[in-house]
Design a protein around this ligand. Structure first.
Ligand code: HEC
Ligand code: HEC
Length: 418
């Protein structure tokens, strides 16, 4: 088992407080001194009774040769989960902060009967120092959470895959329930385990292509995604969690595997010069102005877009323009009663971006700096489109590399307002 298969979320012990015994809980002086560390050993929590100051933490260390997990609920109401089950492989540890006063039960859900009691005492008012301590611990999430964050951010999986209600699923298969489906695929391909299929999907995507798709899956360990072995492990754990069993033990990727993979069409980091070309070739400039000279007004001015929008936001704006349409860019059709002297009494319409809709008037931007003011008496109805005027075909037309280049270019646009 390689080093990389063992993710460790190790935190240095967070300062030991000697605690006064306040409740009638039986705890020897020795238990209290070791109270900051709980060993999971011989299928027991050791110690199994603890007294903790509110705002303080407990470090659980798995000293058994097999895995355990740590799952904490309120004793009086076991439906209230204070800490969701976190798997600890042999040698791993996790630090759990205690924020509220009360009595809690800690379980290992893998080994029935393995449990302990934790009693917390102290005020609800944490000092600044305690708050900092707790915040720093909470900032280290369990592995699935790390994988989730990567999936929806740095790893950019959402650019091609949909998961549940989120993501864009045009380039790659829908990954909802992939943890479950992986098992079926593994059987079909003669692989030992579901996780082997997930590993293969990420590290050797060309080895097997899902029906109906080309080999467009990104190389996740090369730029611009560039995940390291630990990050790949976390992403796989997140995929396992979608309908399958989370088992980091089964994720056996070692450096040799990574090193022997052929360097297939490596994606380069985004290049802003190439991105600028993409911006022109794909006609972005026919709707968006960049720079001091306002030339078009079919879409928002992008002169400063890089100053206040991050990579993820920009990617989503390009992949799914209809998801969020800026307030000034709602496209509307305004229906007007015929003019008094109109012999044929034909209903008129005006189309454009809806800029104002009050009791007195409706304002529509119909062309560059051409605002039509329509008195409310003449307006019979205003129909606002749910669709953006921004084209939605870029997800198909741009390659993954062009997308990386384009967004890198957009991020350089931090110019002063025209
Ligand atoms: C550039 C688009 C693209 C990106 C980015 C991408 N994928 Fe894929 N992915 C694909 C395509 C296309 C396929 C189907 C072809 C194949 O099987 O290789 C696929 C297949 C998969 C499969 C197999 C799905 C199944 O139904 O069996 C998994 C799992 C997967 N990708 C996970 C990921 C994860 C996790 C990430 C982020 C680290 C990611 N992909 C990033 C395009 C992409
Ligand atoms: C036909 C006109 C049109 C074209 C072509 C077009 N866009 Fe847009 N774009 C819009 C409109 C209209 C909006 C505002 C509505 C919205 O947010 O969906 C918009 C919104 C955006 C936004 C969000 C800006 C913000 O501040 O809300 C970005 C970024 C963007 N476009 C980039 C691009 C890029 C890059 C291209 C070329 C690949 C492009 N657009 C091509 C019309 C266009």
């Amino acid at each position: 088992m390689s080093l990389f298969t063992r993710l460790r979320y190790f935190l240095p012990a967070v300062g030991v407080l000697l605690l006064p015994v306040i409740f009638g809980l039986r705890a020897s002086a020795q238990d209290l001194a070791a109270g900051q560390i709980v060993k999971l050993r011989s299928i027991e929590f050791n110690p199994d009774r603890l007294l903790v100051q509110v705002g303080d933490t407990l470090t659980f260390i798995n000293q058994d040769p097999f895995k355990h997990d740590v799952y904490i609920v309120r004793t009086a109401d076991p439906n209230v989960v204070v800490y969701p089950a976190t798997t600890l492989l042999s040698g791993e540890s996790v630090v759990v902060p205690f924020m509220e006063q009360g009595l809690f039960t800690v379980y290992c859900t893998i080994h029935g009967g393995m449990k302990g009691k934790i009693s917390t005492t102290g005020s609800f008012e944490l000092t600044e120092e305690e708050k900092r301590k707790v915040a720093s611990v909470k900032a280290l999430p369990p592995i699935v959470k790390i994988g989730e964050t990567l999936f929806w951010d740095k790893a950019q999986c959402y650019q091609c895959h949909r998961m549940g209600e989120r993501g864009v699923g045009l380039r790659g298969p829908d990954l909802s329930d992939i943890g479950f489906r992986a098992r079926i695929q593994a059987q079909k391909l003669g692989l030992d385990a579901a996780t082997d299929y997930l590993i293969q999907s990420l590290l050797e995507p060309d080895a097997y292509l899902v029906d109906g798709y080309t080999n467009a899956m990104a190389i996740v360990y090369q730029p611009p995604i560039d995940l390291n072995a630990q990050e790949i492990t976390a992403v796989i754990a997140y995929l396992q969690s979608q309908g399958g069993e989370v088992d980091t033990w089964a994720i056996d990727l070692n450096q040799e595997t990574l090193a022997t993979l052929p360097a297939m069409n490596p994606f380069q980091h985004g290049d802003s010069k190439r991105g600028k070309d993409v911006f022109q070739t794909f006609g972005c400039n026919s709707c968006h102005t960049v720079g001091a000279q306002k030339s078009v007004s079919v879409g928002p001015d992008l002169t400063q877009i890089g100053a206040y929008r991050n990579w993820t936001w920009l990617t989503e704006a390009l992949l799914d323009p209809n998801a969020e349409i800026g307030a000034e860019w709602q496209y509307a059709t305004v229906y007007l009663t015929p003019e008094e002297d109109d012999f044929f009494a034909i209903e008129e319409t005006v189309e454009g971006f809806l800029r104002k809709n009050t009791d007195e008037e409706v304002e529509i931007l119909v062309a560059l700096e051409r605002l039509e003011r329509l008195p409310k008496e003449r307006v019979t109805r205003v129909e606002v489109s749910k669709l953006s005027k921004m084209p939605t075909n870029y997800v198909e037309d741009l390659s993954f590399q062009q997308m990386a280049d384009l967004i890198t270019y957009l991020q350089t646009l931090k110019g002063s307002a025209p």
